[in-house]
Design a protein. Structure first.
Length: 140
């Protein structure tokens, strides 16, 4: 299969296989006017299988969302056919409105306008806790 390179835009590489559609939805890539290519289950020497997303436009990305979904993602910025920047991600310290508290007694279950805020409490085990009720959420 032949997928052209990006002339000016963003390439999200080393996405864990099967996670590209979640990224597409959370970053609202369906709302941009240019081409977005999603490559799933590509062969990877490092990971076995991976997904890749190519965006034919320079846009602002939420690096916290990307880092939460998969901290191994590489964000490549391309201008005029040349790689100009490469960013490596990590788990964000704080997440707002990315994950939602499952505790039915949490204030976020009653008050719909409250931001669902979580803080990273255990980086090694990838555990976040709700800022309001301290309920645990483990990254899968």
């Amino acid at each position: 299969m032949n997928i052209d390179g990006v002339k000016t835009g963003i390439v999200l590489d080393h996405i864990k296989a099967g996670k590209s559609m979640m990224i597409y939805q959370l970053l609202h890539l369906d709302k941009i006017d240019n081409t977005v290519a999603i490559i799933q289950n590509a062969t990877s020497a490092k990971y076995g299988r991976k997904d890749i997303i190519k965006i034919d436009q320079l846009i602002d990305l939420d690096f916290d969302v990307l880092g939460y979904i998969d901290s191994n993602i590489t964000v490549n910025i391309v201008k005029d056919g040349k790689l100009v920047d490469k960013k490596h991600l990590e788990l964000p310290e704080k997440l707002d409105d990315v994950i939602f508290c499952k505790n039915p007694r949490c204030i976020t279950s009653v008050e719909q306008e409250i931001v669902h805020s979580f803080r990273l409490t255990d980086r090694e085990n990838k555990i976040y806790r709700c800022a309001y009720c301290d309920a645990e959420h483990k990254v899968k």
